[in-house]
Design a protein around this ligand. Structure first.
Ligand SMILES: [Zn+2]
Length: 164
């Protein structure tokens, strides 16, 4: 018991000072995606990372999060549980479903749920496919030749996203 307290107390003190390791707070309709700069509006697809430096970066869709991760080098990923979008999940332990029927802000067509069972169920409903963190991350990492970039104004969406 003493050993456990010894481990927890310093962690609490550090968390109190830096606010590191705490779940991010997204202000819908106000915060902008760190990758595409669109306003974040849809909780089920909103996500965030904590970088190695402790910076919180927020996103409006999964593809933005993974494409940005090349630069941000996250040490933590937060994603929302699709069925309970006020609940954060550890993005690295989450299961993902990608389905053409899903309309997401930047066209990732992806959702996240806590368990593989739930993911299988959603995949069946939506005629989609289940992915682990590593699989979905690799799918959205920028390809050398076609890295989407925010250029401002027109020509913003280069990856079939739904923003106008
Ligand atoms: Zn975005």
């Amino acid at each position: 018991m003493r050993a456990i307290m010894g481990a927890i107390l310093p962690a609490l003190l550090i968390a109190g000072c830096q606010q590191a390791g705490r779940p991010p707070v997204i202000r819908y309709g106000e915060d902008a995606c760190a990758h595409c700069r669109m306003i974040i509006n849809e909780p089920p697809y909103a996500s965030a990372v904590e970088t190695a430096e402790g910076e919180i970066r927020k996103y409006d869709d999964f593809n933005c999060m993974f494409r940005d991760s090349e630069r941000s080098r996250p040490r933590r990923y937060w994603v929302h549980d699709y069925g309970k979008p006020d609940r954060w999940l550890d993005g690295m332990k989450t299961f993902y479903v990608r389905a053409d029927a899903l309309q997401t802000p930047m066209g990732s067509r992806t959702l996240a749920v806590a368990t593989r069972e739930e993911a299988e169920r959603k995949a069946q409903q939506l005629q989609g496919k289940v992915y682990t963190f590593e699989q979905i991350r690799r799918m959205f990492l920028p390809k050398e030749s076609s890295t989407p970039k925010y250029t401002g104004g027109k020509g913003l969406c280069t990856n079939g996203c739904l923003h106008r």
